[in-house]
Design a protein around this ligand. Structure first.
Ligand SMILES: [Zn+2]
Length: 396
């Protein structure tokens, strides 16, 4: 392993947050004025689908040939598919917090999967939409996103309802609900949901342990992680079919993202959370907005960009606390500067520090270079070395 897990040196540390904060405060986002709403001015519905532990390079639409993900592939063909999307933290709760606050962990204080709670005065996508007339609901697949951690803020319906009575016998991150049961609940709610609505569906299935139901267990018996992804894809298919049958699909903004990837043995990491290599940072991101042509976007983007993108599409003000930038210009193929901050990608994990008293890792990826602030610093040329195998730090 290249990394040891106690950190003292700091190169990216201080200036990073201050720089992004000041840039974000200074730059005003320009709302699109000339694209007619696909439904004559009615507010579009918003559907956010997060699939846990989903590596971008294990989907058909990202070039993977050992899996069938027809529903995600079809959605990608209709929307903007981001080839270089990254999570700021490879841990479920803080990654989802980044999506739903548009802010990095250093701003929300959410670094871990337990032991922290989003402050009650936090600004969330759900709060903003609820306050602007949206019906809001979330259907959750894992106890690590239980309402006790605060991400339920703004959701009028938050289907978690996990049984914590056996927590002393099992781990929090193993308390989960299968994706078909999550989707059953979500579709039941959708049948009578007032519009416009914000619906968040969280599918936890690709998270370890890899135990897909049949026929996926047999079909993918030699690569069960992929079987879990294929099962999650089928659940997404149920949702997309429902939206189409009800005439809701064309007038819905749909965001689909992985919260982080999975090590699968790369860098000696089986799952995720210990390191900040692209095996666990690179995620799929698909954004479909009504009336926009399909597009593949190769610019570096972060999950903190999802919330401001959705708000700009809905023509709602972006709260000052949001650190991400709207990607709407990229989705619409507009030329010219579209960024409200530099395209550097910050990433961190505090799990080794908080659970093992080792140390945190923080990193910055920019211009094709990935720097990891570790006791033995690491620097990778990710364009020529995408799997980050040759540490060039200090190389002549
Ligand atoms: Zn996760």
């Amino acid at each position: 392993m290249e990394s040891t897990l106690s950190c003292q040196s700091s190169v990216v540390r201080c200036q990073l947050g201050a720089l992004w904060f000041s840039l974000l405060a200074a730059v005003a986002l320009v709302l699109p004025q000339n694209r007619a709403s696909a439904a004559g001015g009615a507010k579009p519905n918003v559907v956010v689908i997060t699939i846990d532990t989903l590596r971008a390079d294990h989907l058909g639409c990202y070039g993977y040939s050992r899996i069938e993900t027809p529903n995600l592939d079809a959605l990608a063909r209709l929307g903007a598919r981001f080839t270089q999307a990254y999570t700021p933290v490879p841990i479920t709760l803080p990654a989802h917090t980044a999506i739903f606050t548009g802010s990095f962990p250093m701003a929300t204080g959410m670094h871990d999967f337990s032991g922290n709670k989003l402050p009650a005065n936090g600004t969330t996508l759900a709060k903003v939409l609820r306050d602007n007339g949206y019906t809001t609901a979330a259907f959750i697949g894992a106890a690590v996103l239980d309402s006790r951690f605060g991400l339920n803020q703004g959701f009028e319906t938050y289907f978690d309802h996990f049984d914590f009575s056996r927590l002393d016998e099992t781990n929090l991150d193993l308390t989960e609900r299968r994706g078909d049961l999550v989707m059953d609940e979500a579709l039941g709610w959708l049948k009578q949901a007032p519009r416009p609505f914000l619906l968040w569906i969280h599918l936890y299935d690709p998270h370890f342990p890899y135990t897909p139901p049949e026929p996926y267990a047999s079909r993918y018996r030699t690569h069960l992680y992929d079987g879990e992804i294929a099962f999650a894809d089928a659940q997404v298919g149920r949702l997309l079919s429902f939206l189409k049958q009800r005439g809701l699909f064309d007038h819905s903004v749909i965001a689909l993202a992985g919260d982080h990837g999975e090590g699968l043995g790369e860098h000696g990491e089986k799952t995720h959370g210990f390191f900040i290599y692209n095996s666990t940072l690179h995620v799929p991101l698909i954004l479909k907005v009504p009336g926009a042509a399909p597009r593949v976007v190769a610019e570096d983007v972060s999950l903190v960009d999802v919330m401001p993108t959705l708000l700009q599409e809905l023509k709602l003000p972006i709260p000052a606390s949001v650190q991400g930038r709207s990607l709407l210009g990229l989705i619409l193929g507009r030329q010219g500067p579209t960024v409200a901050r530099p395209s550097e990608l910050y990433a961190e994990t505090y799990l080794p520090l908080l659970h093992f008293r080792w140390g945190q890792l923080r990193g910055l990826e920019s211009g094709g270079w990935q720097y990891i602030d570790a006791p033995r610093p690491e620097l990778y040329d990710v364009r020529s070395d995408p799997r980050e195998l040759r540490n060039l730090y200090g190389a002549p």
